[in-house]
Design a protein around this ligand. Structure first.
Ligand SMILES: CC(C)(COP(=O)(O)OP(=O)(O)OC[C@H]1O[C@@H](n2cnc3c(N)ncnc32)[C@H](O)[C@@H]1OP(=O)(O)O)[C@@H](O)C(=O)NCCC(=O)NCCS
Length: 188
């Protein structure tokens, strides 16, 4: 991976939204988005961070975005100047050119194709720009919308992991998805 070194700032234009680096002004809309109960019940994190915790994390996020090699891409999705979602790409193994994607759409914008577009843009970033060979994603077995997003961008269900995550006091199974740079993924 050579291009990984200088990939900042990232700007990925799509038909419905633009994925770009976040800036400080995004915080006021970012926090309500990740704290929305309809989002919280679906994501795989223990609890959403408070606004103060996000502010405290900002310097580390900013440093991580400028590190070489860059392993963390936290991007915001903007449509008509409004923050409508988030997309993340994490390089989980530079050695094995492997990464993982994640996404969150504001509930006001669900069902309009944004999740699919953001996942597709993240795959294009991962394969065409970062130079990864394999990208993975995880969803809950009952989270139809998320696994539809993954299947629509060409990711394959590769299996499931029992009691994969311990979240909010309970064990959760996961369905595991993967796609290779050499697969026929729609954005490729
Ligand atoms: C999952 C999520 C990203 C989907 O985003 P979205 O913008 O609504 O998705 P899209 O509009 O691109 O739709 C993708 C597919 O999911 C289907 N879908 C959307 N919501 C659905 C639902 N509640 N039940 C079943 N299918 C659903 C759509 O119909 C579409 O499939 P189709 O083209 O075959 O009809 C969004 O609901 C979300 O942000 N949820 C909270 C955060 C989250 O769960 N993140 C992922 C954690 S693994």
């Amino acid at each position: 991976m050579t291009s990984i070194d200088s990939l900042h700032p990232v700007r990925l234009p799509g038909r419905r939204c633009l994925l770009r680096e976040w800036d400080d002004a995004d915080l006021v809309t970012l926090h309500p988005l990740i704290s929305d109960p309809r989002v919280v019940e679906r994501v795989l994190d223990e609890a959403p961070p408070s606004l103060a915790e996000i502010r405290a994390a900002l310097p580390a996020w900013r440093r991580a975005a400028q590190e070489a090699p860059r392993l963390s891409y936290r991007l915001v999705a903007v449509s008509a100047d409004r923050l409508v979602g988030l997309g993340t790409l994490t390089v989980t193994s530079p050695e094995h050119r492997r990464g993982e994607i994640g996404y969150v759409i504001h509930p006001d914008h669900w069902g309009r194709g944004l999740g699919t577009e953001i996942a597709g843009l993240l795959l294009r970033l991962a394969f065409a720009q970062v130079g990864l060979h394999r990208v993975e994603a995880t969803a809950r077995p009952d989270h139809v919308a998320s696994w539809r997003v993954l299947e629509k961008v060409g990711m394959r269900r590769e299996g499931s992991s029992r009691d994969h995550l311990f979240v909010r006091g309970a064990w959760w199974d996961s369905v595991r998805y993967g796609v290779l740079a050499t697969d026929r993924w729609p954005a490729g």
